[in-house]
Design a binder for this molecule. Structure first.
Ligand code: NAD
Length: 493
């Protein structure tokens, strides 16, 4: 078993309390690594190192172009290490190697894109309405960033948050999920190899209520960027408000995938399957509510059943596996509990609905791909995030119905629409309260495209040029060139 250390001020160090905990391989159900159980003392040390490095260290004195080059080099290093890092993520979260390798091969794009943006963050000269005055604005880093991440895609979230934060000139302290800390700790060494100065990128690990909460209430933190559940997100928001910290929240969803009768049904069926069963449903953008027009409902559900039945469940490292384990025992129990809730509410289980067993299934926790029909949007199975391979099928008659049901949720992360009607493809996205709408595709992301949620799905956006402004403050500078003293110093100029 590998024993990890925290990464603070450019060094791997033991946690202050000398405690570690096991990280479990969800496929085998066995411990495979030891992760430091960080505490308040470690959070404090990391935040102090980050402040020192950011405000007084070489990072603050470097040109924007030099910082950008280091970030692009970091992208190159991730590209060279993609396979190794992906394997570590699979050991920790049990998601498919095909998915994690795809993510790791794509990850460098964030460092290349935001690295290229660093020296283009220009301020502005304001043609000010006061005589004898020179006025301009600059963008300055918001302060040390605490980045808290979820367990499903650890290094993708590091890229989304930290590439934009470092482009803004901030230093970061990352607190990965206690279930999947190893890849972020391994990644830290690459920041050093890329030449990023000590203290600019730090990683502390441990449990949310022990070290995460210390980090978000620390007076040395200027901004919190969080990916996780809406319940924890609300707690983070509340704590941050006490010290008026800036906050971005990437939270959960109950995203509708809407299939109209005029859609290409093969493409829509593949998109629906990918929306709910990719990543074993453990994704914030899971299309967990299928809204399908009643005129094609039976035929469409039949297609889904055929595709879902062909899914191979088993070892996430194997290239022909489609569905891997559920990452944590608590999440496994939650998924099975929701299946019971759905049955008790009167939803009809067409497929799955049980723990999976058979060839290739080991000590880990597996759930069969599950499809419920006769779901009413008021049922808990349609309202609450399951975060597992469970699809709720809801019929609708008209476009108006579909939009109403789609929006009838506290969440607003994503939505999918399947139609061949061009006018509808333009009309419906405008009506949906979701941060991302995919038309005739699903689960596409890009470093260029803003991503984030409305309503309970979050606050702020990641990726795309504007994401860097989540980590910047605007400063206004006024310079008087007047030769005279103002006539009346007791009034506003
Ligand atoms: P979680 O809320 O349990 O934990 C997220 C992070 O917060 C972890 O690092 C955890 O240690 C930390 N944390 C927990 N309690 C804390 C506290 N009291 N103070 C400070 N930090 C604390 O979420 P999870 O189970 O790791 O992830 C699953 C959730 O994340 C799902 O709801 C999913 O939809 C959401 N998610 C959202 C996005 C997005 O981009 N919108 C992406 C992936 C996952």
């Amino acid at each position: 078993m590998k024993t990890y250390q925290l990464f603070i001020n450019g060094q791997y160090v033991d946690p202050a309390n000398g405690e570690w905990f096991d990280s479990i391989d969800p496929y085998r159900g066995q411990p495979w690594a030891k992760v430091p159980r960080g505490s308040a003392a470690d959070a404090d040390k990391a935040v102090k190192a980050a402040n020192e490095a950011m405000w007084r260290g070489p990072w603050s004195k470097m040109t924007a172009s030099a910082r950008g080059k280091m970030m692009r080099k970091l992208g190159d290093l991730v590209a060279a290490n993609a396979e190794r890092l992906a394997e570590i993520e699979v050991r920790d979260n049990g998601k498919l190697m095909a998915e994690m390798l795809g993510q790791l091969r794509y990850h460098p794009e964030w460092w290349w894109y935001f690295g290229g943006l660093v020296d283009k963050l220009e301020g502005g000269l304001v043609p000010i309405d006061k005589a004898d005055t020179f006025a301009y604005t600059t963008h300055e880093p918001v302060g040390v960033v605490a980045a808290l991440t979820a367990w499903n895609s650890p290094l993708l979230f590091v890229a989304w948050k930290c590439a934009a934060a470092l482009a803004a000139g901030c230093a970061v302290v990352v607190k990965p999920s206690e279930f999947t800390s190893a890849s972020t700790l391994e990644f830290a060494a690459l920041t050093k190899e890329a030449g990023i100065p000590d203290g600019i990128f730090n990683v502390v690990t441990g449990f949310g209520p022990e070290i995460g909460s210390e980090l978000i209430s620390h007076p040395g933190v200027g901004k919190i960027t969080f990916t996780g559940s809406d319940t924890t997100g609300a707690k983070v928001y509340e704590t941050a408000a006490r010290s008026l910290k800036r906050v971005s929240l990437e939270l959960g969803g109950k995203s509708p995938n809407i299939v109209f009768e005029d859609a290409d049904l093969s493409a829509a069926a593949a998109g629906t399957i990918s929306g709910i069963f990719a990543a074993t449903g453990q994704t914030c953008i899971a299309g967990s509510r299928l809204l399908v027009q009643n005129s094609i409902k039976n035929e469409f559900v039949e297609r889904l059943l055929n595709l879902a039945r062909s899914a191979k469940i088993g070892d996430p490292m194997q290239s022909d596996t489609n569905i891997g384990p559920i990452t944590t025992p608590a999440q496994y129990k939650k998924v099975l509990d929701y299946i019971d809730v759905a049955k008790s509410e009167g939803a009809r289980c067409l497929l799955g609905g049980r723990p999976a067993s058979g060839d290739g299934i080991t000590g880990g926790q597996f759930v069969e791909p599950t499809i419920f029909t006769d779901v009413d949007n008021n049922m808990r199975i349609a309202r609450e995030e399951v975060f597992g391979p469970v699809l709720s099928v809801i019929g609708f008659d008209t476009e108006e119905d579909a939009v109403r049901i789609a929006n009838d949720t506290i969440y607003g992360l994503a939505a999918g629409i399947w139609t061949r009607d061009l006018a509808r493809a333009v009309r419906v996205p405008k009506l949906l309260r979701a941060g991302t709408v995919w038309v005739n595709t699903y689960r596409a992301i890009s470093y260029m495209m803003p991503f984030g949620g409305m309503k309970h799905s979050g606050v702020g956006r990641e990726s795309g040029i504007d994401a860097v402004h989540e980590y910047l403050e605007t400063k206004s500078v006024w310079i008087s060139t007047a030769q005279d003293v103002p006539a009346n110093p007791f009034v506003m100029r």
